[in-house]
Design a protein around this ligand. Structure first.
Ligand SMILES: [Fe+2]
Ligand SMILES: [Fe+2]
Length: 136
């Protein structure tokens, strides 16, 4: 892999790691706020997967010889089910875009496979959040 491509890939993976941190920071306070048990359960399912994604992103960064150096993004906690679901839907779209960018930068089949799996997870979250929004 060319050095500049590797730098770009590390940047994309650190951006993705930061996005996962952001979701993991918001989700518990949003779950605490929601009264609907089913919605809380769905956000918990998403949080478990985002934690896995944060670990996998960091693993990929280490395997490329980099250091995880993402900051916690400055995010505003939302109020109310609609705003909460819309905020996480935006986050999922951002995550899909970040993993797509990372996929375009790698020719390593193992990393590619991990990234594709993570992107599919985010697409699943996107559908789940869209369905939850349509039921409000
Ligand atoms: Fe994720
Ligand atoms: Fe997600």
């Amino acid at each position: 892999m060319a050095a500049h491509t590797k730098t770009e890939l590390l940047r994309a993976l650190n951006d993705a790691l930061g996005a996962e941190y952001g979701a993991l920071w918001l989700l518990p306070q949003h779950m605490a706020q929601l009264e609907d048990e089913e919605l809380r359960r769905q956000l918990k399912l998403i949080a478990d997967v985002e934690l896995e994604h944060a670990e996998k992103s960091a693993q990929m960064i280490y395997s490329l010889g980099g250091e995880p150096n993402a900051d916690l993004p400055q995010l505003r906690p939302r109020r109310g089910a609609r705003e909460i679901l819309e905020a996480h839907l935006e986050g999922e779209k951002e995550a899909i875009a970040l993993y797509t960018r990372a996929l375009e930068l790698t020719d390593d089949p193992k990393i590619g496979e991990m990234l594709e799996k993570m992107r599919r997870d985010e697409e699943g979250h996107q559908r789940l959040l869209q369905r939850a929004l349509s039921r409000l």
